[in-house]
Design a protein around this ligand. Structure first.
Ligand SMILES: *Cc1c(COP(=O)(O)O)cnc(C)c1O
Length: 435
């Protein structure tokens, strides 16, 4: 039967979304149907890629058993690592709950593959904030700098392109590892497509073939049908409480790459001599499998949410990055809200739309390491998980909110409409633009 109309307006009204906000959202979503179909196709491709890897490695119920103690011969853990290396088309992978977060995974990949006297190069400008202390850009105990690993950085050109001359000049006999961050993170630079990453790696390897190319893959997994490891990266690294954990993994990180790189990481994570042989998976391994299985769909929902918000707020006159029509290479959306009142209202809306902690009101606070107050909204099942719908922004010009995630498109949509509802009732948007 075609054309059955379910009264969404009524349930949205019950949830506190007024008709003008609902209608505006409906119009924007309608215009995006074509793009959403493309996103669905990427998700479908990646879904099959994940299923193929699980079938090839004969994933079975036994894989979900919890191991304890040393974790010798943990079938579930070893099989999952094979599944990851097939999904990323690498020789090996390390996927562990003992890797506590994305920063830890990246630090592990770097510290295990660099030796005193080596040099690390970032050809894509400043890395993610937390890596500054790992590298020692900001002095920190245990940093690479303390171990005698030096660091160089080449900025993007003003037009956003790679500074190939600068990169050529920066590569020297000490350069051992090149780190490439795929996502913009919380900077106003562009996110790199996998194709662009491939071009950069080819350029670097042409100058110095034995240099290790590592990609910080955070927020990028499953946004495209290929990953940086398909275009020459020796290692891709990320967090399981972002894209590849599918919202189900309660902790963890991964490193997928060459046997050599992954072994180095394993010997550093556990101990020389032990490597991948130890490391009990405790009770979390099933959520790693199931999360990976869900990840293509979850990422597609987060992407739809980001694009929906970009178009909604762009139409209301705000600067959004990426803009409403740009191709996506990660799941982060920035919106310049221009005033602290709007930034707070936006975050209150995201919080109010959450399944968890919806009754709390986020307040700006002095977060360590920031020079202004920061407001954050998150009502997550997994603490700090940013594949779940979350938003934050520093209270300073231009009052950017950065938001990402949403385990389902419908939740992302609801959260975004709730953010607009908060702006709407406080007269913080130009209502004439909502028609
Ligand atoms: C989130 C993120 C990290 C760090 O991950 P944590 O889990 O927060 O430690 C590193 N790089 C990028 C690009 C990220 O988005």
């Amino acid at each position: 039967m075609m054309g059955t109309t379910i009264d969404l307006e009524e349930i949205y009204a019950q949830m506190g979304i007024e008709k003008p906000v609902f209608d505006f959202g409906k119009k924007i979503a309608k215009e995006l149907e074509g793009r959403f179909a493309d996103i669905d196709a990427v998700a479908e491709y990646n879904q099959l890629k994940v299923i193929a890897a699980m079938q090839k490695n004969r994933v079975s119920a036994e894989c979900f058993n919890a191991s304890s103690g040393y974790g010798y011969n943990d079938l579930g853990r070893d099989t999952l690592e094979q599944v990851y290396s097939d999904v990323f088309h690498t020789q090996a992978a390390l996927v562990r709950p003992q890797i506590t977060c994305g920063t830890h995974a990246l630090a592990l990949a770097l510290m295990s593959n660099l030796r005193p006297g080596d040099e690390l190069l970032s050809p894509v400008g400043k890395p993610y904030d937390t890596l500054e202390e790992v590298i020692g850009i900001r002095p920190s105990k245990g940093s690479l700098a303390e171990y005698g690993v030096t660091y160089r950085q080449v900025e993007f050109l003003p037009d956003g392109g790679f500074d190939y001359d600068g990169i050529r000049a920066a590569i020297n006999e000490k350069t051992k590892l090149v780190t490439i961050q795929r996502s913009k993170g919380y900077l106003m630079r562009k996110t790199l497509s996998v194709k662009e990453i491939g071009e950069l790696i080819a350029f670097v390897k042409n100058i110095k073939p034995d240099v290790i190319c590592m990609v910080d893959n955070c927020y990028g997994e499953f946004v495209e049908t290929i990953e940086p490891s398909d275009v020459g990266a020796d290692m891709v690294v990320g967090s399981l409480i972002k894209n590849p954990g599918g919202g189900l993994a309660p902790i963890g990180g991964y490193i997928a790459g060459t046997t050599e790189c992954v072994e180095n990481a394993a010997y550093r994570l556990t101990s020389p001599g032990l490597g991948k042989e130890v490391g009990a998976s405790l009770g979390v391994i099933q959520s790693f499998y199931q999360g990976l299985f869900q990840a293509p769909l979850v990422v597609s929902g987060a992407l739809k949410g980001a694009i929906f918000a970009a178009n909604l707020y762009e139409r209301l006159g705000f600067t959004v990055l990426p803009n409403g029509t740009e191709e996506r290479h990660d799941i982060i959306q920035a919106i310049a809200l221009e005033t602290p009142e709007r930034l707070c209202a936006f975050c209150e809306g995201i919080q109010a739309g959450a399944p968890v902690d919806s009754y709390v009101t986020p307040e700006p606070w002095d977060m360590p390491g920031y020079d202004s107050k920061v407001i954050m909204a998150a009502g997550a099942f997994v603490q700090g998980s940013s594949i779940e719908l979350s938003a934050d922004g520093p209270l300073r010009e231009p009052y950017n909110v950065y938001f990402q995630g949403g385990l389902t498109w419908h939740h992302a949509k609801f959260g975004i409409l709730m953010s607009l509802q908060k702006l709407y009732i406080r007269n913080l948007v130009n209502k004439e633009l909502m028609c």
